[in-house]
Each structure stands twice: as C-alpha cells, then as structure tokens.
Design a protein around this ligand. Sequence first.
Ligand SMILES: Cc1ncc(COP(=O)(O)O)c(C=O)c1O
Ligand SMILES: N[C@@H](CCOP(=O)(O)O)C(=O)O
Length: 462
Amino acid sequence: MRYQSTRGKVNGLSFREAVLMGLADDGGLLLPETLPRLSSGDLESLYRLDYPELAFQIISHFVDDIPSADLSRLLNRSYAGFTHPDVTPLVHRDGVYILELFHGPTLAFKDVALQFLGNLFEYLLEKSGQTMNIIGATSGDTGSAAIHGVRGKKNINIFILHPQGKVSPVQELQMTTVTDDNVFNLAVDGTFDDAQAIVKEIFGDVAFKNRLNLGAINSINWARVLAQVVYYFYAFGRLRRETGCEKAYFSVPTGNFGDIFAGYIARSMGLPIHKLILATNENNILSRFVEQGDYSLGSVVSTLSPSMDIQVASNFERYLFFLLQRDPEAVNKAMADFKKDGRLHFSPEQIARVQEDFLAQSVDREQTLATIRDFHADTGYVLDPHTAVGVHAGRCRSGGEYPVVCLATAHPAKFKEAVVQAIGREPQRPESLQGLEERQKRCRTISADAAAVREFIEQNAC
Ligand SMILES: Cc1ncc(COP(=O)(O)O)c(C=O)c1O
Ligand SMILES: N[C@@H](CCOP(=O)(O)O)C(=O)O
C-alpha cells in the first residue's frame, strides 16, 4: 500500500514513511492511495475474530513493509494491558448498543490507537537507530494516552500542549503527574485550536521537523485513524452475532473528526454502516456542515464535554479530499479559502453526497445532562458527557430500522463534575485514578506562540 497527501505534493510513501512523516511535508494529510473493499464473505470471517487478531487482519490491508509476525506481536502487546478481555466490549442498554472504548490505561478511546502507535514508534526507531521528538496537541485525552504510550521509552521525548485550565481536573492530572524524564507537558495560554495550529506550524517547518525527527501522535498521523477503524468492525461483528442485523447506525461524539473519519473508512471498505451520526456539543461547525452545508468558523465555547471543544477539525481535510473527488488542487484551494475567510461553500449536490454518509445533531448542555440523568435512572449505567452527546444524537437521528451503536469515548470518572451535576453523585473511580491528586506534578506554562514552543522543544529535544 502506498500513501499520498491530500495536497498532492507527497506521493508513493510506504506505511513506515507515512507513520514517521505524520503531517505530510506539503502541509496536507496522508491517505492510502486506494481503499480495500471487503466482500460479505470476508466480513463474516472477520466477525469471528478476537480483538488483536481482527486488528491484525484489518491493519495488514494497509501495511506491506512490516513483517507479519512483528505486526502481530506489536498488536498483541498493545492490547494486553486493557482491563477488559474483549478490549472494546459492546453492551446493550435501554435500546442502544454502547461500544466501551475506555478500558485502556488512560480510560479513553485514544488508548486503542496510541498504545499501538507508541509500540510502533519504538519498533521503527529500534530498526533505524534514530531518536524521535513527539509533539502533540490535546484537549485532554490524546495527551495522556500518548504520554502513557511512550513514557519511559528509550530514544523518544514527548511534548504535549494542552489549553491551560480547559481540560478536566482528572485529565490534567493524568498528564502532569507523569514525571518521567522524557515527558514534557506544556499548558498553553489559549484554546485547543491554538495548540493544534502551533503543532501544525511547527510541522510545517520541514527543515526543523527533519533535524529533530519530529513525530505526530494526533490523528493527523494515519496510524491513529487506521487503528481506530478496527473497532467499527469489531462492534458490528458482535452486533451481527447477537442480532443478525444487516446494517447499523454508528453515533460518534465528534471534535477533531478523527474517530468518525475512521468510521467513514470502515464504511468505504464495505462494513454495512447505514449512516454515521455525527454528534457535536455547542461547538457545532461540523453538524452545521452536515445538516446545512454551513462550514463556518465560530469561536470555541467551553462545554460539559471539553475534549470536543474544537472548531478547526484536523481530519475534515481528509474527508474533503474524498468529497472533492480526490482532487488535490481543489483541496489546496478549499484550505486556502478557509484560512482566509473562515468558511467554505458547498453545492447542493455536494451536501446531498455528504448526507448519504452522515446524519448530524448538535447537543447542548441541558440535553447532555438530561441524557446522563435519564439513562442512569433507566439503566443504572453512568455515561460520560461526550458519550451522552452521542447517545442523545443517536436516539434523535436514527430511523429505528437498524440498531444504533454509540461510541463510549471516555470513562465517566474523567468528567465527574458533569456527572455530579446530572445524577448528584460521583461515578465510581477506577483503580488507575486512585491517589492521583497526591502524586508529584510537572508542567510548564507557555504562551500560544509557535516560536516559544519551538524554542522549548529545541532546548529539551533528545
Ligand atoms: C472523550 C472524547 N470524545 C470524543 C472526542 C472526539 O473525537 P474526535 O476528535 O476524533 O472527533 C474526543 C477528542 O478527540 C474525546 O476525547
Ligand atoms: N479530543 C482530542 C483532540 C485531539 O484529537 P486527535 O484525535 O487529533 O488527537 C484530545 O483529547 O486531545
């Protein structure tokens, strides 16, 4: 499999090269040149596999430059530390199927891909004898999952930018209490969008990127999206075995458009997803896009689901590439227009095509709290606020003819403030969070300025 950039100037990369490049050197995002299309016979045999074996089968379609035995070993190691034997179990409550993606070390869906990416980086660096400096932006979950994926690893330093005071207290502690020498937390005076823009600007300086061998752990890295594709297959397989259904809806709480884009890839490979339901909080540029073709920038507002407090969704560019018929010139123009005007225009035909893939719903604070409260009252199950956004949207937008799978993207204990508001008590605290407040912390505050961040990285690079 070869990889190409959405902006057309980087082509013919191998999987290894794509993973190590992260953001394409022309500023675009990397995608496979073709997508495999699986037959119904192929799909039925995948549905019988356990999680690591399924991950191996799916990921192998996209990787031809890592020996199979090594890839299989990396995947087995990545999922061995999950606390549930199914890795991402599917549970049925009150008419919806909840795909629990929070059984990894940091209790969010990011662990599914970042345990693998951490191991993959280590493997590739061992082979090449290089060192790597990872840089990433987080609205709370990617940061801790990436840090836990690479903490203490030889030859890797990691620099994580989070918006100061805008992540949940538990998320902040999960990052800042990791004091290994190779981990650097930077609290940026700005929003997640500011932090992500800084990361992209630094990657855009290709000479600097190559000199420090910068690595990307955000979903700009294709390996992140790829590892997330797997659980759509896993969930549908379990659902089909349980209900015999022909198709399903998937409702996905969305911020940076990475998780739902992984669903789009799974659907494009032939997985029978009827529609992907894109669920946003009040930062609803993406749901406005799907529903009305209105892709116009607003300012970021703080919500009960802080990890989705995002306006400029990185992976939107990948979807745009497909929507614009894989035309890199059209993507370049659209990205330049968006940078200049803060909005994009789409024709009615284009929006009709979008709506063949997606439905969308924006969910506000009251609806989020009511969903947590009512779901708990009816089932005893505690949703985290991001998952609640997805459950509400899934219920509103699905048609009833197929089951609905809602992606449970985080454990409620990461967002206990919202849970207490909804049900009047704290969720149970998993063992990995015990004693978090008492641990030693390390974090520097930094202005939202790429030059300052670059200087810090330069001084602390490995
Ligand atoms: C808990 C949680 N849910 C949902 C999302 C949204 O996922 P994505 O950014 O891939 O759209 C995030 C952040 O990425 C998150 O941390
Ligand atoms: N919600 C994310 C934002 C970054 O998204 P990513 O999937 O591109 O890493 C977070 O928790 O940091």
